[in-house]
Design a protein around this ligand. Structure first.
Ligand code: ZN
Length: 128
């Protein structure tokens, strides 16, 4: 999976509204760590139950090498969600939204990744 710094412009295609990258981590770049509220994880799980840009292949985790990672997901009909083959997009304040790989949930839960506050706020807003 490609590495993009948090906050860099998202350039998957020209059809996307203005988005910035969040959580495109790899093993060779340091990333912010810390506790992430359960409400943020829950909001990401809800988004991941209906992801965008689903790909055929499944990306492995660059930190632990895990692949076909699944998380329990109360928002998914099946009760779990496969990570690493899709993205979540969400609007942010001020017109700029966010694009994150679904693996961001694994990075938060298992590798201590702390996504930037504006992203967390956008996730919480999305939960209503
Ligand atoms: Zn991992």
């Amino acid at each position: 999976m490609p590495y993009y710094p948090d906050g860099s412009p998202y350039e998957y295609d020209d059809l996307s509204p203005e988005l910035v990258n969040i959580g495109w981590l790899d093993a060779s770049h340091p990333y912010p760590r810390g506790d992430v509220p359960a409400e943020v994880v829950d909001g990401l799980l809800r988004l991941a139950a209906d992801p965008v840009n689903v790909t055929r292949g499944v990306h492995t985790c660059p930190m632990c090498g895990g692949s076909y990672l699944e998380v329990e997901n109360p928002h998914a009909a099946s009760g779990s969600t496969l990570l690493g083959h899709a993205e979540v997009h969400l609007p942010g304040a001020g017109g700029t939204g966010f694009a994150a790989p679904t693996l961001v949930i694994h990075y938060i839960l298992d590798h201590g990744y702390a996504p930037p506050p504006p992203f967390r706020a956008a996730v919480l807003r999305g939960r209503g």
